[in-house]
Write a new protein. Structure first.
Length: 174
């Protein structure tokens, strides 16, 4: 099977049909190759595999650090629904975004207005969770940076309003 330029397409060096490799391999390994053929497999190089994966220890450090900085819409929704969230949810968009729809229970405080004086009403150990319009918006990143520089604990709700809606959760208005 030739590619338009006379080269095989990415991944063509691997078996085109898993059944051609002799049937089922180990479950959960992401491949269908019997153990006795594993040593004969050709290594496939593509945009995913050309950079080796990090060592498991490094990956664990990375993802633990990531979870200390971010949370997702589902977890925020569940925490708010439980009635005692343990954080202050900040919508850091401008007035127009807030008025168009926001997460019920959120406080509106645009990132440009985050100052030490505006935060005085909250104890210093208050965890803030910030969100903006979505992945295309860096308002939550700006707010998180400002909060961190003010010495406040902070996490970003990844996905923002876009993620919230993608999960099927409603927005409040008013």
């Amino acid at each position: 099977m030739a590619h338009a330029e006379g080269r095989e397409p990415p991944g063509a060096r691997a078996a085109r049909n898993p059944a051609d490799r002799g049937g089922m391999g180990r479950a959960g390994q992401g491949r269908v190759v019997p153990p006795d053929l594993e040593r004969d497999m050709t290594v496939v190089t593509n945009a995913v595999t050309e950079t080796p994966a990090a060592a498991p220890e490094r990956a664990a450090e990375h993802f633990a650090a990531l979870l200390s900085l971010e949370t997702d819409c589902w977890d925020v929704h569940e925490a708010l629904a439980a009635g005692s969230a343990g954080f202050v949810l900040l919508d850091v968009r401008g007035r127009g975004g807030w008025d168009a729809g926001h997460v019920e229970g959120a406080t509106h405080l645009p990132h440009r207005e985050l100052t030490a004086e505006r935060l005085d009403e909250y104890p210093s150990e208050t965890l803030f969770v910030v969100y903006c319009a979505g992945p295309h918006c860096n308002g939550a990143d700006r707010a998180a940076l400002r909060l961190a520089r003010l010495g406040r604990p902070v996490k970003k709700m990844v996905g923002g309003v876009t993620g919230w809606l993608d999960e099927g959760f409603p927005l409040a208005t008013g």
